[in-house]
Each structure stands twice: as C-alpha cells, then as structure tokens.
Design a protein around this ligand. Sequence first.
Ligand code: PLP
Length: 469
Amino acid sequence: MAPAAIPDETSEESSHPPSNEAPNLIFHPTAGYKLPRLVGSDGIHLFCKDGRDIVDACGGPGVACLGQGSEVKKRIKAAEDRQRNEVAYSSAHFFTTTGAGDLEECLIESTDGKMTGAWFCSSGSESLEAGIKLARQFHVRTGHPLRVNFIARKNSYHGSTLGALSLGSHEWRREIYEPMLGQNFSHVSRCNAYRDLGPGETIPQYVARLKQELVDEIERLGRETVCAFVVEPVVGAAMGSVPPVPGYFRAMREVCDEYGVLLVFDEVMCGMGRIGYLHAWQHPLIDVVPDVQTFGKGLGAGYQPVAGIMFGKKIADVLGPFAHGQTYQHHPIACAVAYEVQCMIREWNLLHKVNVMGKRLIRGLHTELDKHPKVGDIRGLGQFISLEFVKDKKTKEPFPHRFQVAERIHRLGMQRSHCICLYHGQGCADGKNGDIVMVMPAYTVTEDEIDMIVDRTAIVIREFFETAA
Ligand code: PLP
C-alpha cells in the first residue's frame, strides 16, 4: 500500500489556518482546522460522515472509558430515563436525589472510609477550582487564615479556568494569560525519572532531592502560609502518563504532614479506573491517601459532563457548608449516569480487565517500537500508556514545538489509510517542546482490538518518521 501523505497545509483536513478556497469547510476553534463529522459509533469504532471507520484508541482525552457499544448505551439511557422520571433537576442547596445520593455513597464506599465527603460538578477544571477553595476554607475554619499559597509542579496541567490554569505550569497553555494568573501559585520540579534522574543518581537520592525542594519551597513562602500541594499522581496530558518513582508520594506526604499542608491529588485524567484502580492513590506505586482528590473524565464515561471532588474526615469534620456553589452541581441525571458507569465497572470486573489489557497493550508497543530511533520512551500504568518522541534517543533532545510532531502523527492516523484516533500532546520535555501520543482505550476493549491498536499505532509512527525524515 502506498504510504499516506503526512497532512500538510494543502491536504483537505488541514487548512491551518483555514483556506479561503474552501469556504464551506467549518473552521474549528479548538483544532484550528476542519474536523471530520461523526455520525455513528459502536464499541471503540467511530463512524465519520465520509465513510471512515476510526478506531478510537483514546476515548478523547481518556474519557470514553466504556466505549460506545449498544449494551452500554442501553444501560445509560435507562439510568437517564429513571432519574428524569423521578426528577430532572433540583438545586443541590435544597434537595438531594437518587442519582447524586447513589453516586456519593458508591464512591465513598469505594475508598474504604478514607474519603467521607463528595461534591459533584460538570468538568475537571471546576473540580480543581473547588479543590482550591475547599483547601482554603479548611485552613480558615481551623484558624490558619494566613495559608493562601498553593504549590504545584512544573509540567503539570490542571484545567483551563484561571485558578486551575494558575496551578498548572504548561508553558504554552499559560503564556497568553500569564499576566492574569494568580500570584499565590508556585511550582516545584516534576517527578519524571526518564528526563530528570541525574547521572548516577539512585531513585532514593532522586526522591530525597525532590523532597528537599518541596521543603525549601514551603520555607521560602513561609511555613504558615502554604495551603496545599496539588499534584497529578500519574501525570496526564502535560507529560504523557508519567508514573511517580517508588517512594515519591510517601516522601511528599511526610512533608505535607510535617508542615500542615493539604495534599491534593488531581485524578481527573488518571483516576476512575484508568490505571487499573478506581482511585489512582490506591495503586501500590502511589499508596498514600490524599486529603482531597479531584476526578472527572471517566466518571461519566463521556455520557454526561460530570466531575467532582472527595475529601477525608479531617476536612469533613470542620468544613460546615462549603462556601462554593454552582447551578448544576450534583446534577441528578449526570450523577445517575456516573453511578450507572460505576455499576458497569463493578459488574463487568473492568478494573481487573484494565490491568490485564493494559499489560498486553504496553507489551505490544514495546515489541513493535522499542527499537525505533525516534521513540524515546514507552510508559504508563493500566490503560494509560504514552509514547514520547525524540530527535535523538541518546540525548533525549525533543523536537521543537513548531514541528507539531505529535499533532501530525495524530492527523496521519486519522487518514483513510490508517483510521486510528490517538491522543496527542506537546510540551512533555520542558513545558513547550516535546511530543507524546497517548493510548487510552475503553476498559471494555478486547484482546483483538488491543492488537489492532498496537499494529495501527506502530504503522502510523513508522510511516510518519519515514515520510517526514
Ligand atoms: N486536570 C487534569 C489532570 C486534566 O487532565 C484535565 C483535562 O485534561 C483537567 C484537570 C481539566 O478538566 P476539564 O477539561 O474537564 O475541565
């Protein structure tokens, strides 16, 4: 088969910026080029109006965790109908509902009592805003009103609203808004052994270095002024499913406890089963309980926009009414759907499946692409797997941002000759440069589908670099 052309400025789907010669193409404000229109779906297949049958290897940014098969759709519709027939909307200030109540109980139960309170909203960014305010409210309620500073990590992404963007430090996402971002947010080093482990440095030494840096930052800000340390337990789009090194979170927990700083885990991308445990903090590599956790994406599996936070007894006992509110918080139908998603995850034993299929996925990608000169790293946990591309495997030099390597790989994958949708991200090396694609199939994926995803991903990557080189 002749290799497909790498999308460039002249191809139909890539008018970037949009071409005046194609006035009937709708310029998409997010992608910046014309997007294919979807008219159907089944399992991990997405059907385009132009006839393409795209294998969805990522569920958007790891959202569609149950795929879009008929059984799932039937169950979701029944859950929506049940809730709608009871009550479609009510203010969470006045009532609770079956959907919100069931979801709250089921999630709290899944933490073995480690979390005792839950609050639901519509997006990950909102959950981070709520997490920031919850942390602040806790300190005010406990007599520490000077605690106003938040520490997060370099190369992190926590959402697009101004508070969440201030927490993040993804340079290319922040730069336009920099002067408007909060002043109470600072960033310590990320935990990324592939890029940052020093020559000859052992993992315990690396952990000790990062621990000392957090201590130093708290001391620099003033030990009585720090509100929370906010981290993604497994870093998502900003770096490409980077797990912590062993012992990292235990060390961070010790520092937070010593200084009275709350530990907030942003599990919006890595949580809700994506790494084979319902909550990322339950993974043995992480194995510490945060004070607050945020979640989103997989919570509603894409069937409803729903996200939220949970917090432990320490906070629940002193909180009182949470001084924060939104019209659609605890939306009955969104929560009913999220609860039904949880039921399917349990009934179908999907967390176990994520572990098994995730191993098959990463093994397949290693077999196909370990030796590829431009694939610097293949990593991840469960079905949260990424490939990082480098110009030079030895030096790990990234491709410059303007080459848009990951995005172009994604676009090549979407072409008729390949038909695979891979998630793409930029900035993994230094916040601006560095390219990843992420593979995050639905938890319902079969062995054959995993093998097909591996094959197509490998073909696309090889072809991209052969043609682009
Ligand atoms: N936090 C993390 C770790 C994320 O990956 C994202 C989204 O990609 C967010 C927060 C923001 O979520 P949302 O896009 O639903 O607002």
